[in-house]
Ligand binder design. Structure first.
Ligand code: NAP
Length: 352
């Protein structure tokens, strides 16, 4: 990739697309030219970049000619439809959808965890699932120190994880509920206002939903630990923005909690929020619109000497999607990360 980039956002009008637009400006990404692409539904609309109104164009075969970088956030089927055209046009595709995440030829990258993977791309790089990114940012620094044996996760996932229309649905249903009107779910299968339900992604034969299996399979690939044992229960909650996760982390050896706290306090992309006297730990309002994953309430598991309990909150539109994608693009532009930044330290690798 050259220095000044000709960039397209495919899915520019969506929750992730609009965050990508904001971040390109905020982070002063070197944009020479910007194309905003969406479905024919958005034709005629405009979005603003650096004070300039840019038209949103319906995606077409010719859209990708002359581009260096395509940031895609229009869903898996759209990415599958256009990936070949994008790569043949000579652009690099960084894809937010699940279309290519488990393809062995496609790097699945969280820059704080496996930055060196980005450089083996053949035109396509995948941005991981949002819940998985947030979890990996928080657990990988601990895993590097003492390898994980097993993770038990329970998630509390905001409405915006299902896109821009789902955010509107939560707002409208909240108003309707308070006015005593009937709730009419359209994006979600059940009322989301003043309610919660198990994650609405399709159920698999094994009884897990797709979101839960994404956490299992993607975290194994990102952390380079194909046999990591991980089980998850994913829940949708009536929060507008920011996912939360309760994680039980079992290690190969006991992990002194104070040592884990110190590691996390210095870990890239992590902020520690712990005020034990006030029972004040990370909340969605602490990190909505922010880059960091907030962790806290780190404690010894009283039922298992080798396990710790950890709570986290992270803005899944930002670090769980748009920010992570732009960090990958910055990584490709700015060059090779420090050697070995993804390896398990040699002192602990033997015990895995
Ligand atoms: P969204 O708010 O529903 O936005 C979807 C975007 O895709 C819109 O810009 C839409 O354009 C566009 N689009 C839909 N069909 C299209 C088509 N046939 N051709 C071209 N563009 C089309 O969804 P989102 O939440 O931003 O999610 C986008 C992707 O990111 C999904 O793959 C999702 O799984 C992934 N992701 C989302 C999150 C999150 O927190 N929301 C986190 C991580 C990953 P129109 O406005 O014209 O319909």
């Amino acid at each position: 990739m050259g220095r000044q980039q000709r960039v397209a956002i495919l899915g520019a009008t969506g929750a992730v697309g609009m965050e990508l637009l904001k971040l390109l400006e905020e982070r002063r990404f070197p944009v020479a030219e910007l194309k905003l692409l969406a479905s024919p539904r958005s034709a005629g609309t405009h979005l603003t970049f650096k004070g300039e109104r840019i038209p949103v164009e319906p995606v077409a075969e010719a859209s990708f000619r002359g581009l260096d970088l395509v940031l895609a956030s229009a869903g898996a089927s759209v990415s599958k439809t256009w990936a070949k055209t994008i790569v043949e046009a000579g652009a690099v595709l960084i894809d937010n959808s699940s279309a290519f995440r488990l393809d062995p030829d496609v790097p699945l990258v969280v820059p704080e965890v496996n930055p060196q993977e980005a450089f083996r791309h053949q035109g396509i790089l995948a941005n991981p699932n949002c819940t998985t990114i947030l979890m990996c940012v928080a657990i990988y620094p601990l895993h590097r120190h003492i390898p994980l044996r097993r993770v038990v996760a329970a998630t509390y996932q905001s409405a915006s994880g299902a896109g821009a229309r789902a955010m509107v649905e939560l707002e409208e249903q909240t108003r309707a509920y308070l006015q005593g009107q009937p709730l009419q779910p359209q994006v979600f299968p059940y009322p989301i206002a003043f309610n919660l339900f198990l994650h609405n992604s399709p159920l698999q034969e094994n009884g897990y939903c797709q979101e839960e299996m994404k956490m299992v399979n993607e975290s194994r690939k990102i952390m380079g630990s194909p046999h990591l044992r991980l089980t998850a229960t994913c829940v949708r909650v009536p929060v507008l923005r920011t996912h939360a996760e309760a994680l039980n982390l079992e290690f190969e050896q006991p992990f002194p909690v104070e040592q884990a706290r110190q590691i996390l306090a210095q870990a890239p992309g992590v902020v520690l929020i712990e005020d034990w006297e006030r029972n004040r730990f990370p909340m969605p309002i602490d990190v909505a619109g922010k880059d960091e994953v907030a962790v806290g309430r780190l404690r010894q598991d009283i039922s298992e000497p080798k396990a710790l309990e950890l709570w986290l909150c992270g803005d899944q539109i930002r670090k769980g999607a748009a920010l992570n994608a732009i960090q990958i693009a910055e990584l490709l532009l700015n060059g090779v990360p420090t050697p070995g930044s993804c390896e398990i330290s040699s002192s602990t690798a033997g015990s895995r």
